[in-house]
Ligand binder design. Structure first.
Ligand code: MD6
Ligand code: FE
Length: 216
């Protein structure tokens, strides 16, 4: 099971190397297998339509998408029109081991960072279920993760997330601003073609069931 996490800030827990190499490898294999059904694509910024530097896909009943019309959850892939593949069981097990939340996650957003890709400071706030924490897994190259408070201009801290690290945002940190300043290339050989994968698990609806994450 998981060791005791480090508390980075109130409500932000960090399990360093929560997943061993074999567990990391299983997740990477699952991502690139499911990616054939739900290919990575580049979301676009609201209004401007500028493409993200990060490539994304999703697993689960809901996927987080973004384009000129804004950020939202969608049950279908914006390019294929198909529903998203199910969230891998290993991730559902991790959610149950790490969080004490009674409902299962309904979205696994997959972020793929190659080269100079990064992610600007943002809040995760498009979910109805803001009482549920967000759980995220880092795989591949090390990333510089910046975390602040709920005020965009407030002070921030930086930590280096390595392959196999897991972080949770909950409680007073659920709406904390955070982002990825940069990826340190060549720090891992886990991801085929290089770079970093981030898997972010979220509950979207205010449901109660633990068992229906993939069945709706
Ligand atoms: C990333 N992570 O690690 C981006 N959001 O690539 C996130 O945006 C994130 O790690 C909410 C909670 C944890 C996260
Ligand atoms: Fe986020």
């Amino acid at each position: 099971m998981l060791p005791e996490p480090v508390t980075i800030a109130p409500g932000v827990f960090w399990w360093r190397t929560a997943l061993d190499r074999a567990a990391q490898q299983r997740l990477v294999d699952a991502v690139f297998t499911l990616e054939r059904q739900a290919p990575f694509y580049r979301p676009r910024m609201p209004v401007s339509g500028k493409p993200f530097s990060v490539e994304e896909t999703n697993f689960g009943p809901f996927g987080w998408v973004s384009d000129e019309r804004g950020y939202r959850y969608s049950t279908t892939h914006p390019q294929t029109g198909n529903t998203w593949p199910a969230i891998p069981e290993d991730l559902l097990d991790l959610w149950q081991a790490a969080t004490s939340h009674p409902a299962m996650p309904e979205c696994c957003l997959v972020n793929l960072y190659r080269g100079e890709a990064r992610m600007g400071l943002h809040q995760d706030r498009d979910e109805e279920a803001l009482d549920a924490p967000v759980l995220s897994v880092s795989l591949g190259d090390t990333a510089t993760f910046r975390i602040g408070g709920t005020n965009r201009r407030g002070p921030t801290k930086s930590v280096r997330l390595q392959s196999g690290d897991v972080i949770q945002f909950g409680g007073e940190a659920r709406l904390a601003y955070h982002g990825i300043d940069r990826i340190i290339g060549g720090t891992s050989d886990l991801v085929p073609g290089g770079g970093r994968l981030n898997l972010t698990l979220r509950r979207i609806t205010k449901g109660r069931s633990r068992s229906n994450a993939n069945a709706r």
